[in-house]
Unconditional design. Structure first.
Length: 142
């Protein structure tokens, strides 16, 4: 009889999640953190997102986030969850380039997202064109 496969772990013992599981986890939470370079520093800002294929998309009126997209800057997007009681949690990190959605893309994202959480005519859609997705999970009960 064959043994069940042993889950892949990283050097710290965290379970490595596959791409499909990572995307499910991103879709399961409404807010993540958008990280980008701003004036020589790393800025990390929370945003409400939607997932479009493997790309993370969000609305913003923030000039610095819009400039990152205009510049097609390298960015990182992170989502996570942690339960202190069970000492379990997970984190997914997306690396890619930020771009502004064109009018057609923005309308499709608007339709998919439904009503905005923050109504504002000046909001624009930013798309993180995914180049890599990684995820780790800690399950203290295992």
């Amino acid at each position: 009889m064959s043994q069940p496969p042993v889950p892949a772990t990283d050097h710290t013992g965290l379970r490595v999640m596959g791409i499909d599981e990572c995307l499910e986890r991103i879709a399961s939470v409404p807010v993540g953190r958008f990280a980008f370079h701003l004036d020589g520093e790393t800025a990390v800002l929370p945003v409400v997102h939607v997932l479009d294929g493997v790309d993370v998309c969000f609305r913003t009126a923030g000039d610095s986030k819009i400039q990152a997209a205009i510049d097609h800057a390298r960015v990182t997007y992170e989502v996570d969850s942690f339960d202190a009681e069970t000492r379990s949690g997970w984190s997914v990190v997306v690396n890619g380039n930020a771009v502004m959605a064109d009018e057609e893309d923005a309308q499709a994202l608007e339709d998919a997202a439904g009503r905005p959480w923050v109504p504002d005519e000046d909001l624009v859609w930013i798309r993180v064109r995914t180049q890599s997705v990684t995820g780790r999970e800690l399950d203290a009960g295992s």
